[in-house]
Design a protein around this ligand. Structure first.
Ligand code: PMP
Length: 304
């Protein structure tokens, strides 16, 4: 990733990609406190546009606020920086990664005295779980690792340290021949994927877990709007792993994963073992919105 052409926005300046480096004694690298986002820009009917930019920036600032990190820029400046990065890298569609982290001024658990830095990078990134996954669905495993308790890492923040938990769960699932993990919370109820929120469909109703210990996904909130447009009800409740086993359909949502059908959980086939009809409708509606084909949601597109 580090050896490429292009520019990264780094503390207010565009820096050549290969020069956007940090010292090995960077505080966030040692203790895991960095907050970040993941966004996508699509080549829409209106031209290249970032999807729900303001909402992602808001969540980035909320994450920083939760962890008492002072971002040395305002939200307007960060929004403008995202647009600049996509523009200057001449990207038509891409993934965008803003990262807020503590610098190398000091060591020790307390970051007081370390400078807060902001970097924003963008690069082309296709379907996160593969193009086939979007069509056929994926096979997932309930992880033996629990999602961290709400008093361990605070789930409203998208904080780097949470992803150690995600990495170990994802690795376990891949080791067992699955495509992705689903983590339960510490009470044993369904929380989320390693980098996705989860929904199921049962008897025509869409169900999603209460998000006590899951990230409040922006794609998830997009799905709420699209389900309402299609006249579909979304019920938020505690879900058990066997609710997943007997679901008619299941799917993940996330900026990277978009809307990815789940066809199998722990070797139990879900529905027909392929993308379900409601999942397909929602997926189509999602791609129409992000690609600018639904005028009702043009306000979610920030033109580059
Ligand atoms: N949960 C986790 C743990 C994630 O990393 C992500 C991806 N940001 C999501 C859920 C989905 O969030 P969003 O739809 O905002 O990308």
């Amino acid at each position: 990733m580090s050896d490429r052409d292009g520019f990264i926005w780094y503390d207010g300046k565009l820096v050549p990609w290969r020069d956007a480096t940090t010292h090995v004694l960077t505080h966030s690298l040692h203790y895991g406190l960095a907050v970040f986002e993941g966004l996508r820009a699509y080549n829409t009917s209106l031209g290249t546009a970032i999807f729900r930019l303001q909402d992602h920036t808001k969540r980035l600032f909320n994450s920083a606020h939760i962890y008492q990190m002072e971002i040395p820029f305002d939200q307007d400046a960060i929004n403008a920086a995202h647009l600049q990065v996509v523009r200057e890298n001449k990207l038509e569609s891409c993934y965008i990664r803003p990262l807020v982290f503590y610098g190398s001024e000091k060591m020790g658990v307390s970051p007081k005295g370390a400078q807060v830095h902001v970097a924003i990078a963008a690069w082309p990134w296709g379907a996160y779980l593969g193009e086939e996954a979007l069509q056929q669905g994926i096979r997932v495993k309930i992880s033996s690792y629990a999602r961290q308790h709400v008093n361990v890492t605070m789930p409203r923040a998208k904080v780097a340290s949470t992803y150690a938990n995600s990495i170990i769960a994802n690795a376990e699932a891949l080791d067992h021949g699955y495509d992705e993990a689903i983590l339960l919370d510490t009470d044993g109820f369904v929380a989320e994927g390693s980098g996705e929120n989860i929904f199921i469909v049962k008897d025509g109703v869409i169900l999603e877990p209460e998000i006590a210990s899951a990230l409040t996904g922006i794609t998830r909130s997009t799905l709420h709007a699209l389900a309402a447009d299609l006249g579909l009800q979304v019920v938020t409740k505690r879900l058990t792993r066997d609710d997943l086993y007997i679901a008619d359909e299941a799917f993940f949502t996330g900026t990277a994963a978009e809307v990815t059908p789940i066809r199998e959980v722990d070797r139990r086939i879900i529905g027909q073992g392929s993308r379900g009809p409601i999942t397909q409708k929602l997926q189509q509606a999602f791609f129409d919105v992000v690609n600018g084909k639904n005028a009702k949601y043009h306000h979610w597109l920030s033109k580059v």
